[in-house]
Design a protein around this ligand. Structure first.
Ligand code: FAD
Length: 506
C-alpha cells in the first residue's frame, strides 16, 4: 500500500506520481491544516482558499477509483504520523514542493521516520523541469528574462510562424502595453464563481476560528475546483483578454481586476495547468478573438515571468530569503494592514486587497512595492506581508517578486535597475492623483505627493550604488540640477513625511 500525500496547493489528479496509483491498495492522503500560527498573521481568504479546495477535491474523488483519507490537524506532519500509525507498512509518495519551507518540513518528517519508505515525484504546475534551471541561470551569469523567454517560445513552439519566426515579427509588444485607461471605458468583470455550500461552511469556520486575521472571509471569490477555474479562464479568453495588452500597466480606483485574468491563485493551486492556459490564449489569437499585443503580453507573463521567477527561487534559495542589499531597516507602517492613509493610491490598493485577497501586478509593484522601497522598509517584513495577505501567495513566487523585482534587495540579480518611481508615474498610469488630497505636481511641503520627495531621497541615499548605472544616469543629472534651496526644502519635506508616517498620519 502507498499513501499519496498531496499538499493543499497540489490537489489535482494531474500530479505525475498518481500515474502509479492502484485503487485496490493505495490511498490519497489530504490534511487540512488548522494551526493558529500558520494563518494568524494573514488574510482570511488564504485559509478559505486552501480548505475549500481540499474539501472540494476530496468530494470529487470517487471512493472506488481514488480512495482517500481526509484529516483535520494542526499541521500536516500530524496527519502523516496518524496515517502511518494506522498503516505501519505503507509507503509514502510525495510530490516535491517548490517552496523551501515545505520541503524542509517534509525532510524533517522523513528524518524523524527513517523506517518509512518514501518515493518522490516533481509537483505539477510548471512548464520547465526544475532541474533545468541550473543551466538556464548559471551562478556567475547575469540573468535576463528576454533570452530565456525567446528560447521557451521556440522550444514549445508558442506564437511561432511555420518559418520559425516570432508571430508578428517581434518577440515582445511590451511598448504597446502602457496605455492609460480612458475614464469612461469599462471592463467586463471576471467570472467569479458563486460560493457553494462547501465554501460557505468553510467561510463560517474561518470567521469563527480566526476572527483577528485580516480581510473578510465572506467576500471570498476565487475558483476552488478545476471546473470553476476553467470557467474563469474561458470567460477571460472570450471577453477580457482583448484589452489585456493595452491596459496591462494601468491602474484605476475601485477596479482591482481591470483586464487582468485573476488566474494566479488557480494556477498556483494546480487547478489549471499553465501550458493549457497558454494554449487557450494562443488559440484566441489565431481565432481572431484578441490582438497579438494582448496575447503575447499575457503569454509572456506565464511562459516568461512565472517560470523565470520559479527558476530564480530554485537556484537562489535558501540564501535568497535573507537578502537586504540596500540595508533597509524600517518597519512597515500600519496602513499596509488597514489602508488608512490619505495617499489615495495606497488606500485604494490596500482596501481592494482586504476585500478581494488580490491586486493586480502594477499595484503590487508600483504602488505597494514602490512605497515600501522608498521608505526603506525591511525586505523580509515586506515579503512576509505579501506572503500572508495574498490568496495566490506561495513562497517561490513571493520572494523573487518582492525581494528581487520590487525591492532590489538581491542587489539586482534579476533586474538591472530598481523599480522606483515618483508620483509622476502614478499620475501617468492611473486616475488616482486627480482625486488625491496630495498634489502630485508639488515637490515640497505638506501638500506635496509624498512619493515625490521620497523618490529623490531614495536616489540620494543609494547614490553610490546607482549613479553609474547606465539606465539611471539621466535621473542623477536631474538630481544634480537642484539648488541649495531645493535641497533644504526636500530635506524638511522628507523629515515631515517620516514623522507623519510614524504618527500614522500620512
Ligand atoms: P495577469 O496579469 O492576468 O497575468 C497572467 C498570469 O501570469 C498570472 O495569473 C500569473 O500566473 C503570471 N504572472 C504574471 N506576472 C508574474 C510574475 N511576476 N511572477 C509570477 N507569475 C506571474 N504572483 C503570484 O502568483 N503570487 C504572488 O504572491 C505574487 N506576489 C507578487 C508580489 C509582488 C511585489 C509583485 C511585483 C508581483 C507578485 N506576483 C505574484 C506576480 C503578479 O503580480 C501576479 O501573478 C499577478 O498580479 C496575478 O494577477 P493575475 O492572475 O490577474 O495576473
Amino acid at each position: 500500500m502507498t499513501l499519496y500525500f498531496l499538499l493543499a496547493h497540489q490537489c489535482t489528479l494531474r500530479q505525475p506520481g498518481l500515474a502509479s496509483f492502484n485503487p485496490d491498495e493505495d490511498r490519497i492522503l489530504l490534511v487540512e491544516e488548522h494551526a493558529d500560527d500558520l494563518w494568524r498573521e494573514g488574510h482570511q481568504h488564504r485559509i478559505v482558499h486552501a480548505w475549500s479546495i481540499q474539501r472540494h477535491f476530496a468530494q470529487s474523488l470517487h471512493p472506488n477509483e481514488w480512495p482517500n483519507v481526509y484529516m483535520k490537524k494542526d499541521r500536516f506532519e500530524q496527519g502523516l504520523d496518524h496515517a502511518m500509525a494506522d498503516s505501519p507498512d505503507a509507503s509514502l509518495h510525495l510530490h516535491w514542493p517548490t517552496d523551501w519551507h515545505l520541503r524542509e518540513r517534509l525532510k524533517n518528517w522523513i528524518a524523524d521516520n527513517p523506517a518509512v519508505n518514501v518515493n518522490f515525484s516533481e509537483e505539477t504546475g510548471f512548464i520547465i523541469p526544475g532541474k533545468d534551471w541550473e543551466s538556464h541561470l548559471p551562478q556567475n551569469g547575469s540573468w535576463k528574462l528576454d533570452p530565456i523567454y525567446r528560447q521557451f517560445r521556440k522550444t514549445y513552439n508558442i506564437l511561432m510562424t511555420p518559418e520559425g519566426k516570432p508571430e508578428g515579427g517581434a518577440w515582445s509588444f511590451d511598448k504597446e502595453n502602457r496605455k492609460k485607461v480612458p475614464q469612461d471605458l469599462t471592463f467586463p468583470a471576471p467570472a467569479i464563481p458563486d460560493q457553494d455550500a462547501i465554501t460557505k461552511a468553510v467561510i463560517d469556520e474561518v470567521s469563527a476560528q480566526f476572527p483577528d486575521t485580516y480581510g473578510d472571509a465572506g467576500t471570498f471569490g476565487q475558483p476552488v475546483t478545476e471546473t470553476g477555474a476553467r470557467q474563469l479562464l474561458a470567460h477571460f479568453i472570450s471577453h477580457r483578454l482583448v484589452t489585456f495588452g493595452d491596459y496591462q500597466d494601468a491602474m484605476r480606483q475601485h477596479d482591482p481586476y481591470m483586464s487582468h485574468s485573476m488566474l494566479s491563485a488557480a494556477i498556483n493551486a494546480s487547478l489549471l495547468d499553465p501550458m493549457d492556459v497558454i494554449k487557450e490564449a494562443e488559440a484566441a489569437y489565431h481565432d481572431g478573438l484578441a490582438p497579438l499585443n494582448a496575447v503575447e503580453g499575457f503569454i509572456r507573463q506565464i511562459l516568461g515571468w512565472r517560470e523565470y521567477i520559479r527558476g530564480v527561487y530554485l537556484v537562489s534559495m535558501p540564501a535568497y530569503q535573507e537578502v537586504n542589499a540596500l540595508g533597509h531597516n524600517r518597519d512597515l507602517p500600519d496602513m499596509f494592514w488597514t489602508g488608512e492613509t490619505r495617499m489615495l493610491c495606497m488606500a485604494d490598493t490596500v482596501t481592494g486587497l482586504l476585500e478581494t485577497g488580490y491586486t493586480h501586478h502594477i499595484q503590487r509593484l508600483m504602488i505597494l512595492g514602490n512605497f515600501a522601497n522608498l521608505i526603506g522598509a525591511k525586505p523580509q517584513q515586506v515579503s512576509n506581508w505579501f506572503y500572508t495577505m495574498y490568496t495566490d501567495a506561495l513562497d517561490w513566487v513571493v520572494l523573487p517578486n518582492v525581494l528581487g523585482m520590487a525591492l532590489f534587495a538581491d542587489g539586482g540579480s534579476m533586474s538591472t535597475k530598481p523599480y522606483v518611481a515618483s508620483g509622476k508615474y502614478v499620475q501617468r498610469m492611473s486616475h488616482y492623483c486627480k482625486d488625491c488630497v496630495y498634489n502630485v505636481n508639488e515637490k515640497y511641503g505638506p501638500d506635496a505627493c509624498p512619493l515625490n520627495s521620497l523618490y529623490w531621497d531614495f536616489l540620494e541615499r543609494h547614490e553610490d550604488r546607482f549613479r553609474e548605472n547606465p539606465r539611471m544616469k539621466v535621473i542623477y543629472k536631474h538630481l544634480d540640477n537642484r539648488n541649495e534651496e531645493d535641497l533644504s526644502k526636500q530635506k524638511d519635506t522628507v523629515a515631515s513625511i517620516f514623522s507623519r508616517l510614524d504618527g500614522q498620519k500620512l
